[in-house]
Design a protein around this ligand. Sequence first.
Ligand code: DOR
Length: 433
Amino acid sequence: MDEPSSWTFTGIALPDGRRRDLHVVDGLIAPEAGPGARVVDADGLLALPGLVDLHTHLREPGQTEAETIATGTAAAARGGYTATLAMANTSPVTDSGARVRALRELAAASGKHGPSTEVVAIGSVTRALAGEELADLDSMLAVGVRVFSDDGFSVPTAGLVRAAMEALLPFDAVLAEHCQDPTLAGSSACCHEGEVSRDLGLHGWPSIAESVVIARDVQVAGYLGARLHLCHVSTAEGVEVLRWAKARGIRVTAEVMPHHLLLSVDDLRQSFEGGAGDTTYKVNPPLRPADDVEAVRQALADGTIDAVATDHAPHRPSDKDKPFPEAKPGMVAVEQALSVVVETMVDQGRLSWAQVADRMSHTPARIGALRQQGRPLVVGEPANLVVVDPSARTVVDRDRSLSLARNNPYHGRSLPDPVVATFWRGRQTFTRG
Ligand code: DOR
């Protein structure tokens, strides 16, 4: 059966708590029901603007055994997302205008009906992510790229950060920094440096590996008046420097990941009890102690951290089935991101639904300069929305994931299961049935 082009959700709640009938007609939010509209009794359900993920690893081109644009965006739609910003660390790296165009063509040709979310290319800061010379920023800016990141690595020097920011400034484009200075950790660092790493005999990343990069970059951004976005802030020290920079009016924004809101280095420790450790818990930046978890929750609640992004990092089993220090870092995140935010923030009374819409849709759309996303749910706007059941829960089963990857840290946990259906430009891209 053909998908209807008109939908009516009767009595649905909006993020501010008001209830009304919401009409979708031909891709837009409409003042009244369209002809032949599918009518859904939405009593007890909530509509949020479609979520926007500033930080996804789609792995295509080049690593399609781990994920493809089709599977990664299907998983994102399952998580309530209508836009996915695709990190540049593919093979080849997205480091020129030609590569951006090639990625867009791959996305347009993916899936049966195209991708399940808008796919937006992030360009690399340095050529091939090598940290030596700038990537072809001009050609990427010319084709509309507005977010640039060497994610996976920090841009190695203040000089390169400055040169990149000077190129981006006239376009109001943003450098999204991965904050992890490798010179403060050994090459086999694989978890947080502290009590747990010492007990387990592992090499760790100290908290200051994050905060020194933040301190360096906010100074450069402040000096130039340029924009800076901080990827996956995970430490109390990092939050402290971020607060300092914001108090001075430096144009910095920041994101936090679901796993840094819910999981801690204690989950890692437990996985080593009687075993070799679960490499699912290996991620960069690493899982931190409880004090850091509390610091990032607090910063998200008070707006110091602007957004939740996912760092969805699918890996092949063969890249994870290794001794802990050798396994690839990263965990899948996009299907359970909202679940984790509900568990750690909404159900704790630390974020309202309107603030969830802000941190996961409006603000990331603004940071990523996406004009058709993160819009209010009012007549005339694109019908990008997620229908939420605030009270549903489930036990996460990684084998029911729409992602190709199984490195899911929430497997076996009971979590909220809020996403009922997702609509992108009025097209239903996910339904739980
Ligand atoms: O754990 C991570 N994995 N952190 C990153 O920054 C990169 C990502 C990946 O690409 O696998």
